[in-house]
Write a protein that binds this ligand. Structure first.
Ligand SMILES: [Zn+2]
Length: 223
């Protein structure tokens, strides 16, 4: 159900997409899978030794159906959802993805699989802190994509800025990105600004338990 990546960090290997659980004194879910992952999300909490009522917050790396689809599992709880400011109106349903961008079109097609959550949605911006995590705006895959880095947990949640393939990290490809030039700028900026971390936890592929920041820096050398 869930696999430990480090002390107080767990990986949900959902079919085709990842979510994570972190206990930095506040129990936090990172991303929420698809709608049909709801029972796995709740089951993973129990497998890690918690109950649904223990969950305090959800950090979303971005708005995409495979990261927000399972939010409905937390309707009726007190959980606060944090998401990058530019993606927040898409999560709340106040705005629809633009038809003018190929990725926006993909998001529109996934619309029926996504519903606005009941919980409060808190937009986050570059430099904000949530618990032990610092927010890094990393637009490109989506306009409001953010990464969350905790120096004390030596862990980075990288969302879909990069994904693992064949044991390496690679940047978000064109077909699923709003803007690949922005992906590259975001990658360079994150590598320059973020502290060193061991655990690199991405939205897709197998997370790395060691040398996460070094592996991320390696991606920049290939751009
Ligand atoms: Zn994704």
């Amino acid at each position: 159900m869930v696999t430990p990546l480090a002390n107080d960090v767990w990986w949900y290997d959902l079919s085709g997409t990842n979510a994570f659980l972190v206990d930095d004194d506040t129990l936090t879910l990172v991303d929420a899978g698809m709608g049909f992952h709801a029972s796995e999300l709740i089951g993973g909490l129990r497998a890690a030794g918690f109950e649904l009522r223990d969950l305090d917050r959800i950090l979303l790396t971005h708005f995409d159906m495979d990261h927000v689809g399972g939010l409905g599992a937390f309707d009726g709880t007190e959980v606060t959802i944090h998401v990058g400011a530019a993606d927040a109106p898409l999560v709340t349903g106040e705005r629809k993805p633009p038809l003018s961008n190929h990725k926006g079109l993909i998001q529109r097609l996934g619309g029926p699989l996504v519903s606005a959550p009941d919980n409060p949605v808190e937009p986050v911006e570059d430099g904000d802190t949530v618990g032990t995590f610092t927010v890094y705006e990393t637009p490109g895959h989506t306009p409001g994509h953010v990464c969350y880095v905790s120096e004390s947990l030596s862990t980075a949640f990288l969302g879909d800025l990069v994904r693992e393939s064949g044991g390496r990290l690679e940047p978000s490809p064109w077909v699923v990105s709003y803007d690949t030039a922005a992906v590259e700028r975001s990658l360079r900026s994150l590598v320059e600004r973020a502290p060193a971390f061991e655990v690199a936890a991405m939205g897709h592929g197998v997370p790395f338990k060691r040398e996460g920041s070094r592996r991320l820096a390696d991606v920049v050398t290939t751009l």
